[in-house]
Design a protein around this ligand. Structure first.
Ligand SMILES: Cc1cc2nc3c(=O)[nH]c(=O)nc-3n(C[C@H](O)[C@H](O)[C@H](O)COP(=O)(O)OP(=O)(O)OC[C@H]3O[C@@H](n4cnc5c(N)ncnc54)[C@H](O)[C@@H]3O)c2cc1C
Length: 383
């Protein structure tokens, strides 16, 4: 039986930063991940791969230079998926080495295997070969993240209906794509593929995309998407998705519209990775989306078990997960910190990218807070 002051479950951004913060406070810390690849969704299927792809698209398609050389400018014609993925493995590998080095340098022990609670202070870790390790800890952080939701009637097995974890496995660049879900992930990939001149349909049942952003920003984004040739259909529900004999995928909308494309990307939500944790044994409560409920200090229904990052829901961004992780370690080990939940910065790396901090105009209006609007336009700077 191993004993630690702090056991972190999940090596994504929330877990890494919590572990490092606790180690810097002089605590004995361990981190466990079920994947042999350390770094979580951010490094392996989320932020880093999508941003590496985005950079490759902006550079190789010539998109980033079109302001200077005109809309027709292309650096390379006939781009392939392998051109776009060239830098991916080396970027991920290098970042994983950096993370492992940081954990080692701070004396954090890393266990590989799936963690599940046996009671409120014990966790069992089972590796791929079935070998188990018992760990007792005073405090825990659950940072196990989320996985894409697969609506049950969608034909994922045909290979052309994919989720964001598998988009980088595409062997060839599609000519057309339907993206279902205009949240952060759907918007980012829709804009990246549209910048490659792929014919993109972006569909969402809600009336606006990225509803947490200021509406003036999203209105402008939709305008730019349409200008770029993307079809944005908001307030539309998907009825069925079927694989066709001609190797296309047909998406039928409840309004009767039919969209036939090479690929359908389903980005319609993610659910919490809690199934393997055996949370009943620890007495930790979940909500209906399999996410963990926490208070303002990220404590679950058990005060010594914290949760942070995507597993607690909105805003589900790497930068916020990191900051939440640090705050958890400080709270658990008695450090005074300011817990300013309202002012986490958001970065959305669509094409074009957007960022935001604080309340939106719509929220200020709802709260009857008087405000002034000031606008600075990047296009008015020489850069
Ligand atoms: C396509 C895409 C693009 C994104 N782009 C951005 C972006 O531009 N900017 C941004 O800020 N965020 C972005 N995000 C979100 C970002 O990736 C997440 O917010 C972040 O990874 C969440 O970190 P986390 O620590 O909560 O967990 P995760 O990164 O999800 O890591 C969870 C870890 O827990 C492990 N685990 C799960 N269950 C167990 C168990 N029982 N035992 C042991 N280990 C377990 C998993 O193997 C995984 O390694 C993007 C996400 C996606 C999918």
């Amino acid at each position: 039986m191993h004993h630690f002051d702090f056991l972190v479950i999940g090596s994504g951004p929330a877990g890494q930063k919590a572990a490092i913060q606790a180690a810097k406070l002089g605590k004995k810390v361990a981190i466990v991940d079920r994947s042999t690849d350390i770094g979580g969704v951010r490094l392996h299927t989320g932020t880093v791969p999508s941003k590496t792809l985005r950079e490759a698209v902006l550079y190789l398609s010539g998109y980033s230079q079109r302001g200077l050389y005109g809309q027709g400018y292309r650096l390379k014609d006939d781009l392939t998926m392998s051109d776009l993925k060239q830098r991916l493995q080396s970027t991920i590998q290098r970042e994983e080495e950096v993370i492992l080095h940081q954990l080692n340098r701070n004396g954090i022990q890393v266990f590989n295997g799936t963690a599940s609670f046996t009671n409120e202070h014990h966790v069992q870790v089972e590796d791929e070969k079935g070998k188990t390790t018992e760990i007792h800890a005073d405090y825990f952080l659950i940072g196990t993240g989320t996985s894409p939701v697969h609506p049950k009637d969608y034909p994922f097995d045909c290979g052309q209906v994919i989720d964001s974890d598998h988009i980088l496995n595409l062997e060839k660049l599609p000519r057309s794509m339907t993206v279902i879900g205009a949240g952060v992930i759907g918007v980012e990939y829709a804009s990246i593929f549209s910048a490659l001149d792929v014919e993109v349909n972006l569909i969402d049942g809600r009336d606006n995309l990225l509803g947490f952003m200021d509406k003036e920003i999203t209105d402008d984004l939709i305008h730019q998407f349409r200008d770029q040739g993307m079809t944005v259909r908001l307030g539309e529900q998907v009825d069925t998705i079927t694989y066709q004999q001609d190797s296309s995928v047909l998406t039928m909308l409840k309004s009767g519209k039919q969209l036939r494309t090479d690929v359908v990307l389903v980005a319609a939500g993610r659910s919490g990775n809690t199934q393997q944790l055996n949370l009943e044994q620890a007495g930790v409560d979940l909500n209906s989306r399999q996410l963990i409920q926490v208070n303002d200090n990220y404590q679950t229904s058990q005060a010594h078990i914290y949760a942070a990052g995507d597993i607690i829901g909105f805003p589900s961004l790497a930068s916020t997960a990191m900051e939440q992780g640090r705050q958890v370690a400080c709270h658990a080990f008695g450090q005074n910190i300011s817990n300013n939940l309202e002012n986490f910065p958001f970065g959305i790396f669509a094409v074009p990218e957007m960022s935001m901090v604080g309340l939106t105009e719509q929220e200020l209006t709802k709260k009857n807070i008087p405000y002034e609007v000031g606008v600075a336009r990047l296009r008015e700077t020489t850069r």
